[in-house]
Design a protein around this ligand. Structure first.
Ligand code: ACO
Length: 323
């Protein structure tokens, strides 16, 4: 049996920090409003000359170092992003070149905030079907570039950053035979595509556009959809919420996360939260949170970790793995 084991994690945040106080100088808002409604205190914003590929490469290098592998072992790069450097080629191709790789496959996937969970699920499938032996999976965003800095209902929510994991196919039974990705469940429902979207694109406006969102509608669907996807992962493995050591959710908003944890019966001390310091970094938020909790020693080898995400589309999903 081939298992897809997470052998390394890494992340990168741009140096520049924008506090709620800073944002209150740009739009009519207050630190108090933002903290109360979202739990966000600050976010990192990429420098003008810093692109998604730069963030992705920095996170990838750290994940490769943490994995202790030779970079040349990587045969697949899957980059989840909504903010590619260019319309094409895929930003993954830039990452591949910068890492000195010219074998295997490199491509981007687009599922907005759910992108990393989608990408890791694809990598798992590649490994289990023999397409890949060692894959680099990245979530990287310069989401600040898509924000309408005159719209206080959206610009306060997001930030920039990148996170990455290296996953490896491991064979055989033995002591660690349940280590690796156990199950994943992905969903989308395009009927809700106008609840959260960017009002532009190469085919429609030949421009990029800005984020538009019906916040309340997103909030309402998020808690229900995420809890359903999590229950699917638990049912598929015969595990219960009590078995989960760490819950590493997409960091959209503290209130959504509190609501989700409560709904599935997870105590707050098992939830990894980075939203206060990073805001919502879209596809980067799950690997950024995962890296934070691995590097500070909370998540240990052998522990059961639950990932989830939800984003534009709507797209959503959950993934359960033993670290
Ligand atoms: N500062 C001050 N006031 C604000 C701000 C702001 N930044 N933004 C909105 N307001 C005002 C509104 O104008 C409105 O004023 P009004 O009553 O005079 O019209 C009032 O606050 C209430 O607005 P609501 O939109 O009803 O506020 P709500 O409590 O729903 O909170 C929020 C808004 C935080 C966006 C919430 O709906 C939410 O968290 N939604 C989820 C959205 C999300 O997380 N999206 C991320 C992308 S999707 C994902 O990753 C899952």
């Amino acid at each position: 049996v081939t298992r897809t084991v997470v052998v390394g994690v890494g992340s990168y945040l741009p140096a520049r920090i924008m506090t709620n106080e800073d944002i209150s100088k740009v739009v009519d808002t207050t630190d108090e409003w933002i903290v109360e409604r979202t739990g966000i205190h600050q976010r990192h914003i990429a420098a003008d000359d810093e692109m998604t590929s730069h963030l992705a490469i920095a996170a990838a290098r750290k994940a490769i170092e943490h994995a202790g592998i030779d970079t040349q072992e990587i045969d697949t790069i899957i980059l989840a992003t909504t903010t590619p450097d260019q319309t094409f080629p895929a930003t993954a191709a830039t990452v591949q070149a910068e890492l000195g790789l010219h074998h295997g496959a490199a491509f981007d996937i687009q599922a907005v905030c759910s992108g990393f969970v989608y990408a890791l699920t694809i990598a798992d499938t590649f490994i289990k079907t023999g397409q890949s032996k060692t894959a680099l999976v990245i979530g990287a965003e310069t989401f600040s570039r898509l924000l309408d800095w005159t719209d206080r209902t959206t610009c306060v929510l997001f930030g920039d950053g990148a996170g990455a994991v290296v996953v490896k196919g491991m064979e055989g039974e033995g002591n660690n035979s349940d280590q690796g990705i156990l199950t994943a469940h992905l969903h989308s429902d395009g009927r809700y595509r106008d609840k959260l979207y960017v009002d532009g694109g190469p085919s429609s406006t030949q421009s990029t556009g800005h984020v538009r969102m019906e916040g309340r509608e997103v909030f309402r669907h998020a808690v229900v959809n995420i809890a359903e996807a999590i229950n699917e992962s638990l049912e598929a493995t015969g595990l219960s919420a009590d078995d989960i050591d760490w819950f590493v959710p997409h960091q959209a908003n503290k209130r959504i996360l509190d609501g989700t944890a409560k709904r599935i019966g997870l105590p707050p001390e098992k939830v990894v939260l980075t939203v206060a310091d990073q805001g919502n970094t879209s596809a980067a938020s799950v690997p950024l949170a995962l890296d934070a909790a691995v590097k500070d020693g909370r998540i240990k080898r052998g522990q059961l970790v639950l990932l989830e995400a939800m984003g534009g589309g709507f797209t959503w999903g959950s993934l359960l793995f033993r670290f």
